[in-house]
Design a protein around this ligand. Structure first.
Ligand SMILES: Nc1ncnc2c1ncn2[C@@H]1O[C@H](COP(=O)(O)OP(=O)(O)OP(=O)(O)O)[C@@H](O)[C@H]1O
Ligand SMILES: [Mg+2]
Length: 515
């Protein structure tokens, strides 16, 4: 207790005083005052669009406040650009990983230094050695090589790389904007160890997350934003998770999952012996009305399997049938024509039309994705889009707002909305609630249950164990590109799944050699 009270007395590294920020009609921040102190982890929570990312962008000098100011080291500061903030040791890890895909891991990590020495000479061996040391700190030395092209990495690895890069330069204040949204529990634990170490070294940490259990585990204090206003700051040990959620959403959250049993119809998706470069001999089926989960660690092949079923990745062997009819999958257009929908994990690059409106993104055909299909008639467009925007609580001033102007979580909801609007026979959702706030999560779970009740077959990939266990009738566990278990909901538990998924390590080595 006393040490935590001392934390209250600690000097602030940075003070935010009366900061407001408006984008057009949206008041993103409204008179926010907050201090971040040495050696504390301050969690910043709030619904999608509450203003969290805007606040850290102001702290980092990306945006300038309309009103109010920042204070550091007892003096007012005006950050005109991130360089000003970096000079004071303020670093932000952004929601959207910012790496250069064509450069190697080593080059991305040491970009600044590398530029400085490039004119003279580049000591590749030294660079490799330093990179390996950083990878080792995260336990990734066996999985990644310093010269791997960054663009070839999945989102989890890219996120980890960003974190490593920020840690590399001296930090006094580190803000992490949803750093774990694409990490597994294991990787999250590794990150927490690093954060813990930084806190002990006196670094001030601002931690943004929608995962309340993480916030409770890691934060000393929690600041709650709602509609751009700071509604509360609490010591973590003095509040419960439920209270924070209540402060965030301003209303009580009802049951997340509907435990009632579903009635299953005929097999809608049947996959037999599918093999690609990444997955081996995959067979399973999903019935009408059934929600099947794909569990596994990052790299287990879950997204690769989804992409193969959707025709992104050509299968070397095996077959896929929808409602008993064999499907030739040469492209996503074939899959869509056969009644398969897919909301991918990397929604930003794979799915969103950033320069189109919210309505267009929900209702329009995406040219290379669904060119052959016009699912929704013109008149229905606005009402379909409007209804989904309301249900998913997309925070947008209007249906005509550009998607690029929405907050990260609200962009996710829009892509999901597109597939929910289309109602295919089979819907594959890869990490459907990543970056989505608790209130909207409940709504997405309800929608998934509704779609199942209407007779859709759903395949859900998720790294959040409670989500899989709460949502799915059956769980397939993948490891090293293979399905190693098929569990009914009643036989599944977090421990059991993790145990099965961990078998991964052996097989993963084998896969790397094959690849
Ligand atoms: N450049 C911009 N132009 C217009 N509106 C913006 C811009 N940046 C943010 N906004 C709006 O400001 C509000 C706050 O956005 P912000 O990104 O800070 O939310 P957030 O709390 O980080 O949400 P999430 O949990 O979804 O990431 C949102 O309504 C968003 O649409
Ligand atoms: Mg954000």
């Amino acid at each position: 207790m006393s040490s935590l009270e001392n934390a209250e007395d600690r000097a602030p590294v940075l003070s935010v005083r009366g900061v407001s920020k408006r984008f057009g009609v949206v008041q993103a921040l409204d008179d926010v005052s907050l201090e971040v102190r040495h050696g504390e982890v301050l969690a910043l929570v709030g619904e999608n669009g509450a203003g969290k990312s805007t606040l850290v962008r102001i702290i980092e000098g990306v945006h300038q406040p309309d009103q109010g100011m920042l204070e550091a080291g007892g003096a007012p500061r005006a950050f005109r650009s991130p360089a000003d903030a970096h000079a004071l040791g303020i670093r932000v890890i952004h929601q959207e990983p910012d790496i250069i895909p064509d450069l190697s891991i080593a080059e991305n990590l040491f970009l600044g230094d590398f530029r400085r020495v490039r004119g003279l000479f580049l000591d590749r061996r030294d660079l490799a050695r330093r990179t390996r040391a950083m990878l080792a700190a995260f336990g990734l030395q066996d999985e990644l090589s310093p010269w791997t092209r960054a663009g070839a990495l999945g989102p989890a690895y890219r996120q980890l790389m960003e974190i490593m890069r920020a840690l590399r330069s001296g930090v006094r204040l580190l803000a992490l904007d949803e750093p774990t949204s694409s990490l597994t529990e294991d990787e999250t634990r590794r990150l927490f160890d690093v954060v813990e170490q930084l806190r002990r070294d006196g670094v001030a940490i601002v931690y943004i997350s929608h995962r309340m259990h993480e916030v409770m585990a890691i934060a000393d204090r929690v600041a709650v934003l709602r509609d751009g206003r700071l509604v509360a700051t609490r010591m973590t040990h003095e509040v419960g998770e439920a209270e924070i959620v209540q402060l965030m959403v301003g209303r009580p959250i009802t049951e997340l999952f509907d435990p009632s049993a579903r009635s299953l119809g005929p097999v809608l998706l049947s996959v037999s012996g599918v093999t690609t470069r990444r997955v081996h001999d995959i067979s399973f089926h999903v019935r009408a009305g059934e929600v099947v989960g794909l569990a596994g660690l990052v790299g287990a092949g879950r997204s690769e399997l989804a992409e193969a079923i959707f025709g992104h990745d050509r299968a070397i062997a095996g077959s896929v049938a929808v409602a008993g009819k064999a499907v030739r999958l040469r492209s996503p257009a074939d899959a869509i024509a056969a009644g398969i929908g897919f909301a991918p994990e990397d929604r930003k690059s794979q799915a969103l039309l950033l320069l189109r409106s919210v309505k267009d993104n929900i209702t329009l055909c995406v040219p290379d994705l669904i060119s052959r299909f016009d699912f929704i008639s013109g008149e229905d467009e606005r009402s379909v889009a409007g209804a989904l925007v309301e249900r998913l609580r997309v925070r947008t001033p209007s249906l005509d707002q550009l998607v690029s102007k929405l907050s990260g979580g609200n962009q996710q909801k829009v892509v999901l909305g597109r597939w929910l609007a289309r109602r295919p026979k089979v819907l594959i959702l890869d990490e459907p609630t990543r970056g989505i706030d608790v209130g909207a999560k409940a709504e997405i779970y309800r929608l998934i249950a509704e779609l199942a009740a209407e007779g859709m077959a759903l395949l859900v990939i998720s790294s959040e164990m409670p989500e899989l266990l709460g949502l799915c009738d059956r769980l397939l566990v993948m490891t090293g590109g293979r399905i190693v278990a098929d569990l009914a909901r009643a036989e599944a538990s977090e421990e059991r799944i993790l145990d099965l998924a961990m078998g991964n390590n052996l097989l993963r080595g084998e896969r790397t050699m094959v690849a």
